[in-house]
Design a protein around this ligand. Structure first.
Ligand SMILES: [Cu+2]
Length: 137
């Protein structure tokens, strides 16, 4: 089910990026912040907020260029697995410390460069990664 939804999500992203459809994300109000919440479970990132990524494994995170972005990562592992968060070519979006079970951390930054990037856990790069997509308007 999750795999199927992931595929659907990927196809929708291809549609967005490939065909110039209206993206499935809303404009932020002036001064607004794009809030994303991911939980970690079973060595995956799972979307929690917004609703469009809820329950998806390693969901695509889509924002607009120059959005203020706030990503919260909550470690919900039931054993002593320590996670981390980083985005390729966005060094300003790195977790400043390890994320231990039951703990959470937040990264806040401005999406100042457009493109298709990869977010990942530096401790588990083979199972915990997804796309961070910064759309031009
Ligand atoms: Cu990890």
């Amino acid at each position: 089910m999750h795999r199927w939804m992931g595929l659907l999500s990927s196809l929708m992203t291809v549609g967005i990026l490939g065909f110039g459809c209206t993206p499935a994300i809303s404009d932020l109000p002036p001064g607004g912040v794009r809030e994303i919440v991911l939980i970690t479970s079973n060595m995956r990132f799972i979307g929690e907020k917004p609703d469009s990524i809820k329950g998806l494994e390693n969901p695509d995170i889509i924002v607009y260029l120059n959005d203020k972005v706030k990503i919260t990562i909550k470690n919900r592992e039931t054993n002593l697995i320590i996670h981390d968060f980083a985005i390729s070519n966005y060094p300003e979006a790195r977790a400043k410390q390890a994320i231990r079970p039951t703990e959470e951390t937040t990264v806040e930054f401005t999406a100042s460069r457009p493109g298709d990037f990869t977010y990942y856990c530096r401790n588990h790069q083979t199972s915990m990664y997804g796309r961070f997509i910064v759309l031009r308007r």
